[in-house]
Design a protein around this ligand. Structure first.
Ligand code: 2U9
Length: 350
């Protein structure tokens, strides 16, 4: 028995985990365990010694049982201690810096522009980027043979379907859906596509925001007043605007609109190429053909429309040299805009 006891204790010393202790229990106390098999010798023990033999076997069994339970407690305690050590959180440690994103500079400009027009009672419409030839061109007074079509090199998907080259088809759809009844006061922001080779100022995908107002007795003065208010709101109350004659198939008359340079105040600098003026958008009175094709009586209804490129405005505003930075999502570029303040463009900072 002593030998068994010593054997057990030496093995017990080396038992490092719960499993090894269980193996020991089976080895000594199991059905075929050393101690258990001891009882099988009872038949060989003289009767007067059976009782004592039985007691000493049970005593050995209990001492081994106790040792094992104690061993299990120690193992559990050690495991818990290690677990707690691993899990203790040093609350004094600085938190893990989760890289926070920010609004894309382009989205900043677009939100700023949308805010102003929504404030003026305009509704925002976004339409299909895959458009029909009819709404992208025909409905905008650009019949199949019209040379201006080549100005807008297009990604055709089929003879009648293409990636829209401007957001004007959205306005044309809204106009058409209005069944000849005004008023209409909308702005349409969105991505547009032109089969152009990318360089610092051209991208095959870029953004436009166009606007349209159609009602009775809408005049060029309404257009000028609206654009003046908008551009002063965006670029600062002390800006001036200038309208120059231009041409668009879907407006007549058409104008290019310049704003006095917000970098040099008009004195001339590299931003305005020494001209003091920055060309910011195109506009005009909606062409009667466009009104008629959409079901509006152009003798009763008139309207104005305008279009601008937020990419170009973002480049001017944030001093971005290459338009591709706005589309290549290089974090080193985008990180710079992480902290510009929420909603809209801050004016006095220009
Ligand atoms: C309808 C009627 C008229 C939309 C207009 C412009 C002038 C314009 C340019 C801005 C930047 C194109 O990307 S750009 O170079 N667009 O200057 N867009 S008037 O006129 C419309 C649109 C829809 C039904």
């Amino acid at each position: 028995m002593q030998a068994i006891k010593e054997k057990f204790e030496s093995l017990f010393e080396d038992a490092a985990d719960r499993k090894q202790l269980d193996d020991l229990r089976v080895k000594f106390l199991g059905k075929k365990g050393t101690v258990t098999t001891l009882m099988q010798h009872m038949k060989d023990i003289p009767n007067e010694e059976k009782k004592e033999f039985g007691q000493s076997v049970n005593a050995l069994r209990q001492s081994i049982q106790q040792k094992l339970e104690q061993g299990i407690e120690e193992v559990e305690a050690r495991l818990l201690k290690k677990k707690l050590e691993n899990e203790t959180i040093d609350v004094t440690l600085p938190g893990r810096q989760r890289p926070i994103g920010g609004k894309h500079p382009l989205q900043h400009i677009i939100d700023g522009i949308e805010d102003i027009f929504v404030g003026l009672g305009y509704e925002v419409y976004e339409g299909y980027e895959v458009e029909s030839d009819y709404y992208n061109f025909e409905a905008l007074n650009l019949p199949k043979s019209h040379p201006a079509r080549d100005m807008q090199d297009s990604f055709y998907i089929s003879n009648e379907t293409l990636l829209r080259t401007h957001t004007s088809p959205v306005q044309a759809r809204v106009l058409n859906a209005a069944k000849g009844k005004g008023p209409i006061k909308i702005i349409c922001p969105g991505k547009v596509y032109r089969r152009d080779s990318d360089d610092a100022t051209h991208s095959h995908q870029f953004t436009q925001i166009e606007g349209l107002v159609v009602d009775k007795n809408i005049s060029l003065a309404d257009l000028k007043g609206t654009l003046e208010l908008f551009l002063k709101e965006i670029f600062g109350q002390d800006r001036e605007i200038r309208l120059r004659p231009s041409y668009f198939p879907f407006t007549e008359p058409s104008v290019e609109v310049d704003v006095s340079c917000f970098k040099c105040g008009g004195k001339g600098c590299n931003v305005c190429k020494q001209s003091g003026w920055i060309e910011i958008l195109g506009a005009g009175m909606v062409h009667p053909n466009v009104l008629e094709m959409a079901g509006f009586d152009s003798s009763e209804y008139s309207g104005f429309a305008f279009g601008m490129g937020p990419d170009r405005m973002a480049m001017l505003y944030y001093g971005v040299e290459d338009i591709r930075h706005l589309y290549t999502n290089d974090l080193r570029f985008l990180e710079q805009f992480k902290y510009i303040e929420e909603r809209g463009v801050k004016h006095e900072s220009i």
